[in-house]
Ligand binder design. Structure first.
Ligand SMILES: C[S@@+](CC[C@H](N)C(=O)[O-])C[C@H]1O[C@@H](n2cnc3c(N)ncnc32)[C@H](O)[C@@H]1O
Length: 305
């Protein structure tokens, strides 16, 4: 029942009915483990404040962008100052749980209506972090007449389609060593390998990462969640940080993509979301991925016998 339909019902009853509150009550923090991962339902600042300080190697996350997306429990239309203050409190909580040599990959974009937002935010975070790298996540690109990847079309005579988003790589001292070749690409000109005395046929990919979304035809294929990222995004961030079996945190877990990436990369994931049904989706996806991996391992060990 909503606040709107309460008065009609009230008129047919002898005892007045108190209208339902529009704002959802603050969700209780709940924790569950799935394999080696921990999933929390609750407010990420409250949950992070209960985690041990300096206990997380890598944070990969995509917060709500404040661009009016329809999440189930979160209103993505805050006043801009309020949003920025809130994000600073989130980043402060992240800083406390990060190890001194940790990496925080913050994925964010603006909109045609709020084009300054990612830049305003990153400037606000200057007192907390060093901006070690600024990666551009390219979702769709045209090279000559050839186009690859997907984007949300914008009907406008003023604005171009937004084909990219930001991944800000934030660290505490700006000097965290990375494993650049873990996300490297083979040399185009193979003569470079010998000439420049490279140990292998791999070079740094650079800071433009083309990671297309999988093609989907229905919202249900994206779990009816309005803002997921592709699994390769957190996988590449983890590989770039380069630590074997890291502890990886996503304070805005959504459908659990970062946890699936952690499972695939041999990491231990911690995911937090305000919404119980998104946590349920993350759990189901994670269990499915673990079952698929076990089935694949069973099939290959049967083949060996
Ligand atoms: C952009 S989505 C993340 C999607 C995720 N990367 C994925 O691939 O599914 C942001 C998420 O933050 C959650 N959220 C909003 N406010 C939160 C809060 N205070 N604490 C924890 N989660 C929150 C929303 O419910 C939403 O699922």
């Amino acid at each position: 029942m909503t606040q709107l339909d309460a008065p009609a019902l009230e008129s047919t009853l002898t005892h007045p009915v108190r209208p339902a509150r529009v704002a959802a009550p603050a969700p209780v923090m709940r924790r569950q483990s799935v394999g080696r991962h921990l999933l929390y339902r609750g407010d990420c600042v409250k949950v992070m404040n209960r985690l041990d300080a300096e206990s997380v190697d890598v944070v990969v996350t995509s917060p709500p962008y404040n661009i009016g997306l329809s999440y189930r429990s979160y209103d993505d239309r805050r006043a801009e100052e309020d949003y920025l203050d809130w994000m600073v409190s989130v980043a402060t909580a992240i800083r406390r749980v990060m190890r001194p040599d940790g990496s925080f990959f913050l994925n964010i974009t603006g909109s045609s209506a709020m084009p300054w937002l990612p830049f305003e935010l990153i400037v606000r975070l200057r007192s907390l972090f060093r901006l070690q790298n600024h990666i551009t996540w390219v979702k769709s690109i045209s090279i000559g007449d050839n186009s690859v990847g997907h984007f949300k079309p914008i009907r406008s005579e003023r604005f171009l389609h937004r084909n990219h988003e930001h991944i800000f790589h934030l660290t505490l001292d700006g000097a965290v060593p990375l494993k650049r070749l873990a996300v490297g690409v083979p040399f185009k000109d193979k003569s470079n390998i010998k000439r420049r005395q490279h140990a292998q046929d791999l070079r740094c990919r650079g800071d433009s990462w083309f990671i297309p979304y999988e093609t989907v035809h229905k919202r249900a294929q994206k779990f009816n969640h309005p803002g997921t990222f592709p699994i390769m995004l957190p996988r590449m961030c983890m590989r770039l940080h380069g630590l074997p079996s890291p502890v990886v945190l996503d304070p805005f877990m959504g459908t659990g993509t970062t946890l699936l990436a952690a499972e695939a990369e041999g990491a231990r994931g911690i995911g937090i979301d305000l919404d119980a049904s998104y946590v349920g989706i993350a759990r189901t996806r994670l269990l499915g991925a673990m079952r698929d991996a076990a089935d694949a391992a069973g099939t290959s060990s049967r083949r060996l016998r």
